[in-house]
Write a protein that binds this ligand. Structure first.
Ligand code: NAP
Length: 294
């Protein structure tokens, strides 16, 4: 294992994966600089982190944070316009980049549906390669934590989970495992050129995932199948249309076949957390009562 003396710049450091990457790097003794575009976010990060402000939509705002870093963990959740200028700047200051992408090259129907985010991620991967940066591409499938965003409110309220494509199988990957793999590739030698598709260890239908939550919280949760059009109506006004279309297309294409499952997480970390484990560790999200602060 190589201990970096220079800090790693973590973008998306207040987000699901980036925040866990920060924790993993600190645990490994790697100095961390965290990028945030909201100055108030500094207070939510560990005190030992050097927090810098910068905005991926304003490339020149990144210079101060990039100065003197060994590597960058790149999470892109903003529009594409500034990606070329940002990657150009990364290449000036850093030797390595680890990019949080998606399995858009994986030949399973779930990953081969129209997906504007995947198009953007493919573009960023090409920019990284063209800039001559040493890179590792991290490609997680569906995050286990998505299911809390989707179903926790209904489950906490004791309501039925109304959802489309209950038979569609996915292999939810624990966000902590995604972050742990990403962190390893930032502080351990041997991951330059790595291209890692990360999934959970088992294929589970969406209806099975709801049942697992019920098992863990100790009550039966009713599941009601929605048609795609009903789902569109239910989410209208609260979810962006392109996201709804992307998810419906992916789930629709996944029906009738097992999800794509890799062993990459356990190959790199020694074990991979199951979806049941993720639910057990986050059960408070699904039971009524005071919410945890993070
Ligand atoms: N959800 C899934 O199932 C899934 C699966 C595969 C891949 N992915 C990919 O994972 C990525 C999202 O990761 P995540 O869920 O960890 O993110 P997240 O929780 O949505 O957090 C987004 C992060 O982006 C930062 N950010 C937003 N606008 C910014 C700006 N203008 N400049 C700099 N930083 C900005 C936010 O920081 P501030 O605190 O500064 O706002 C925040 O830390 C996406 O690229 C997605 O495609 C997701």
């Amino acid at each position: 294992m190589t201990r970096n003396r220079l800090p790693v710049l973590v973008t998306g450091a207040t987000g699901r994966v980036g925040r866990a990457v920060v924790g993993q790097l600190l645990d490994a003794g790697v100095p961390v600089r965290a990028l945030t575009h909201r100055s108030e976010a500094a207070a939510t990060l560990p005190g030992s982190v050097d927090v810098v402000t910068g905005d991926l939509t304003v490339p020149e705002s990144l210079d101060a944070g990039l100065r003197g870093v060994s590597a960058v963990f790149l999470v892109w959740t903003v529009p594409p316009a500034t990606a070329p200028a940002v990657v150009e700047r990364l290449a000036i200051y850093a030797r390595r980049v680890v990019f949080l992408s998606s399995p858009h090259q994986t030949p399973h129907p779930f990953f081969q549906q129209p997906n504007p985010m995947a198009v953007l991620q493919a573009t960023i991967e090409r920019l990284i390669a063209a800039a001559g940066l040493e890179s590792t591409i991290i490609r997680p499938g569906m995050f286990a934590s998505n299911t809390a965003f989707w179903w926790a409110t209904a489950i906490r309220a004791g309501s039925v989970v109304r959802w489309p494509y209950g038979a569609a199988e996915t292999a939810p990957v624990d966000d902590r495992d995604v972050a742990a793999v990403a962190a390893r590739t930032l502080y351990e030698d041997g991951h330059a050129g790595g291209d890692y598709v990360l999934t959970g260890p088992e294929s589970l239908s969406q209806a099975d995932q709801v049942s697992i939550i019920g098992d863990v919280v100790g009550r039966r949760i009713r599941y009601e199948e929605l048609s795609p059009d009903e789902f569109r109506s239910e989410t209208a006004g609260s979810w962006p249309h392109p996201v709804v279309d992307m998810l419906l297309a992916a789930w629709g294409a996944a029906v009738g076949r097992p999800a794509f499952v890799t062993t990459t997480v356990s190959d790199i970390l020694g074990s991979a957390r199951s979806y049941r484990q993720w639910v057990a560790d986050h059960a408070t999200l699904f039971v009524d009562g005071p919410r945890p602060s993070s």
